[in-house]
Design a binder for this molecule. Structure first.
Ligand code: FAD
Ligand code: SIN
Length: 546
């Protein structure tokens, strides 16, 4: 073993040490924490989040949570079938069955914890429908379901003394044998996570946080694109950290573009117009008013997302427009207002009266179907490291996620991770040899523009060359440009005092690289990945692991 002497640095102060460390305070992180706190009241459970606690993708979820809760009209088999069809051959049937069948119990738990889903006067849950669903099965809280779930989970978390939530802590890297001085490669069989290094944004100190078990619930990657529904926090940090630590990441080429983000030039993130609006009768129309979806797919406006987003992209390119329209003028205004008050008032605020005007909409990057590869218990390829929620790739979504399946997946896998962690933690000890973070040789970056401009370049490259429709030349160009931004950013990283902006840029460059490499390896068109040089599906069904 190579000997290692820790580098001491004046700015590093040891503070936190925790049995279980959870990175992220969205549905996945909070649910796992709650489950663990109940099982193990004597263990410390620490949640780190880089922004305020509720600034998460979860908070912005609109449509709801897909779950079979009406056995008379719906069935597990139908939900399983819809998920498999959307996933276009790449879902793990076993995982789909687990999520669909365990889903109702998990959803009942968050109802018990205080989540309110809309009901009719008789107390029956109102169920919405979205693209790719054969039945009405989406439980919702008006058009702000995610905010309601986040509220309920946060309130429940406050009841547990052994859950500590630290806001404004930016996790930089996973600690593995690499930091103890060992050589770690993709071929190392027992890469182990001992905790993380994190930047305390209040003190500006980088601290080591030893943990016996670590769970990544760090969310999505939408910010790698210029136009996205994801808030600023969605920079793929967890996925990039696992890739840097030589863990397995898969299927990153499957980026889901939501068909109907509100079109507002220059506004980021884009405001979502939930698919549930089409479920309630909204119709997509092109520049000349044609209801064009019928000519693309028999399921018309409620075809799966990949089909609808490609159709809109095609209509926009044909007409040379920046958006199409969602027509809700024929819908009952009172009902619209009841189900979609947030969308109604957002439209009103920019001068659109949904009862008289059509809503301008365009596709926007929305969801990362791939991510950190996990097994059916949420274990990553790195020992003592789990992943769940949007940062993970469990096998549920395959090549295209079925609408409203991600909140469900997060609940089911938060439970599974917690069960496995609870069972194994007694056998796992802290690592006592973790060195402090080395800040020697770094100084304040001279110009923020070096970071902001590179981010804009990256987002443009990804949007222009690695969007809804791809081809080999575009992907090659994208990779060349990402290589250049990568080299410049690594130079900056090595010599700069770290800031969240610089670290997020670095993580997003890794995400861009993984999406492009995945797309280059996939010599076919399937689900969300459409390459005009390989328009057909390959008979070889495979996940692409990087
Ligand atoms: P998030 O909720 O995104 O939480 C991520 C957490 O990780 C945050 O707390 C963040 O601060 C933290 N974090 C990240 N990096 C770091 C770091 N370096 N250091 C410290 N903390 C870090 N899905 C559905 O099923 N139904 C819907 O109706 C629906 N609607 C959606 C609408 C919108 C507008 C969006 C954007 C998504 C929607 N989705 C929907 C998708 C769904 O909301 C997300 O996939 C899900 O909420 C992700 O939850 P999560 O817990 O994995 O991550
Ligand atoms: C929506 O409400 O349209 C988003 C649902 C989802 O992303 O699952």
């Amino acid at each position: 073993m190579k000997s290692y002497s820790a580098t001491l640095s004046a700015t590093t102060i040891f503070m936190l040490k925790t049995d279980i460390l959870i990175i992220g305070s969205g549905i996945a992180g909070l649910t796992s924490a709650l489950k663990l706190a109940r099982k193990h009241p004597n263990l410390t459970i620490t949640i780190l989040t880089k922004s305020s606690t509720d600034e998460t993708n979860t908070k912005y979820a609109q449509g709801g949570i897909a779950v079979v809760n009406d056995m008379e009209n719906d069935s597990f088999d139908k939900h399983i079938e819809d998920t498999l069809i959307a996933g276009d051959g790449l879902c793990s049937k076993h995982i789909v069955e687990i999520v669909v069948k365990e889903g109702p119990e998990r959803v009942n738990e968050i109802i018990d914890w205080g989540t309110n889903f809309d009901m009719d006067k008789s107390g029956t849950y109102l169920r919405g429908k979205e693209g790719g669903h054969s039945e009405f099965r989406i439980l919702h809280h008006k058009d702000v379901t995610g905010a309601e779930i986040e509220r309920a989970l946060m309130e429940e978390a406050k009841k547990h003394d052994n859950i500590k939530i630290y806001n404004h802590w930016f996790v930089l890297d996973l600690i593995t044998q690499h930091h103890l001085g060992y050589l770690v490669t993709k071929a190392t069989p027992d890469i182990t996570c001992y905790g993380v290094y994190a930047l305390n944004l209040q003190s500006n100190c980088i601290e080591k946080i030893p943990a016996r078990m670590t769970l990544l619930a760090s969310g999505g990657v939408g910010q790698v694109y210029r136009t996205t529904t994801n808030p600023k926090i969605a920079t793929g940090d967890g996925i990039a950290m696992v890739y840097r630590a030589k863990g397995r990441v898969e299927n990153m080429e499957f980026i889901q573009f939501h068909p109907t983000a509100l079109y507002e030039a220059g506004i980021s993130p884009s405001f979502l117009v939930t698919e549930a609006v089409r479920g309630d009768g909204g119709i997509l129309r092109n520049k000349i008013g044609e209801a064009f979806m019928k000519s693309y797919d028999a399921r018309a406006d409620l075809a799966p997302r990949d089909v609808v987003a490609r159709a809109i992209d095609n209509e926009m390119k044909r007409a040379g427009t920046e958006h199409v329209f969602l027509d809700c003028r024929h819908m009952d205004e009172k009902k619209f207002l009841e189900h979609f008050p947030n969308i109604y008032s957002k439209c009103k605020s920019i001068g659109i009266d949904v009862s008289k005007d059509m809503i301008p909409v365009a596709p926007a990057a929305h969801y990362c179907c791939g991510g950190i590869k996990t097994d059916e218990l949420g274990r990553s390829s790195i020992q003592n490291l789990y992943a769940c929620g949007e940062c993970s790739s469990t096998g549920l979504h395959g090549a295209n996620r079925l609408a409203s399946n991600s909140l469900l997946e997060a609940l089911v896998f938060a439970h599974r991770c917690a069960e496995d962690i609870a069972e194994r933690i007694e056998k796992v000890a802290f690592c006592n040899e973790i060195p402090d973070w080395n800040v020697e040789g770094t100084s304040e970056p001279r110009e923020m523009i070096l970071i902001t401009q590179s981010l804009k370049e990256l987002q443009s490259v990804m949007s222009d060359y690695v969007g809804i429709v791809r081809n080999d030349i575009r992907l090659r160009r994208a990779l060349n440009r990402i290589d250049l931004i990568h080299a410049e950013t690594e130079e900056l990283y090595k010599t700069s005092v770290l800031s969240p902006q610089l670290c997020e840029l670095r993580n997003l460059i890794t995400i861009g690289y993984l999406v492009v490499k995945g797309a280059q390896f996939r010599k076919e068109s399937r689900g969300l990945h459409y390459n005009t040089d390989y328009p057909e599906k390959s008979p070889l069904l495979q996940s692409i692991t990087l």
